[in-house]
Design a binder for this molecule. Sequence first.
Ligand code: NAD
Ligand code: MG
Length: 386
Amino acid sequence: MKTLYLLGATGSIGRQTLDIVRQNPTEFKIGSLTANHRIDDLIALIDEFHPAYVSVGDMSDAKLLQKQFPTLHVGWGEDGLIQAATYQPNDPNGLLVNALVGIVGLLPTVRAIEIKRTIALANKETLVVAGDIINELLRIHGVELYPIDSEHSAIWQCLRGEDHKTISKLIITASGGSFRDYVRSHLESVTVEEALSHPNWSMGDKITIDSATMMNKGFEVIEAHHLFHLPPEAIETVIHRESIIHSMVEFTDHSIIAQLSDHDMHLPISYALFYPQRRENQVQSLNWTKLKQLTFSDVSFTRYPCLGYAYDALKRGGNAPAILNAANEAAVDLFLKRKISFLEIETIVGQAIQNNPWIDKPTLDELLKTDQTVKAAIYEHYLTRR
Ligand code: NAD
Ligand code: MG
């Protein structure tokens, strides 16, 4: 039986992870759960899954929870996330499922690797910001990290049993996001509601906006580099509207292996939770006669500048991806709060990359400092402008 330490239990990935736990009650128990502000949802999960530790965003909510559950260990804030990730540090069957959104997921991942806990990672900002440091820590501590993202799970599955030296390229597919049928001039006046209606996937707000700008695909290119150790030139992206092929690997003999399934995150989550086994799950079987067609088209960096910024940041290395991520987190937050327009997201990201000092081989502290400095400057400018 595995013990799951689940960060972000109330989010899209967190809830789908718990669906799998519900369907496999003899396989998993819950060591810890975290939520930011959805306290009622968390209370229902405590009653259902009986975790030993929970953490919430604010101290006041933590106090309320402690009153309601006197024997439960309760924490809050960033320290609470780290406690949740490393709870029961000697548990040999522990698995951290990091389903947080944003750079707040970085330190809990680092601390869990340091106690040699296996990681199932949905939080993409961790690898985007600090992929080199994470890889070094995984090596030093001998820890495994499994991706929970449809594209990286697909590549991981395609590579099973293959000699990595024979990979010639990775081909990451992209749905194109909410505005894939819009020309750039139509993007000027799009609303938050329009941006949040993704054609294929139902996900958290931030990643849905990242899909509309294609920053999400840029992040996935950076993650793929760190997960599969290929240079940026060997990682391609292609628009595939149907989201049926989740990614592909081309080998030196020009054979291409692809992974296909219905678009349902229960599959990549289940693959990471049960790895190296495959298990029955709730995902719909593909109906070939209904599929009709699978289409592919080029991704233009002019149409989607954020994807170009991400490739550039990966090539530059150092703290460039941290600048990219910080500017994007702040810009998406401002857009969701209706303080800026959709197209200002990419303007903000482009300017941040130009305006912030580059650091070669940054430490973890320097990456966190970069994150704070970049965000502070953006909030200062865009929250005080008239
Ligand atoms: P979400 O917004 O639905 O959920 C995020 C979770 O993190 C929530 O439980 C929330 O309470 C918690 N959280 C957010 N900010 C916090 C903070 N400051 N402190 C503590 N907790 C905080 O997000 P999601 O769609 O589930 O995505 C989670 C991660 O997985 C993201 O990095 C995303 O890019 C990645 N991902 C998601 C999907 C998907 O289908 N949803 C697919 C691939 C990758
Ligand atoms: Mg993805």
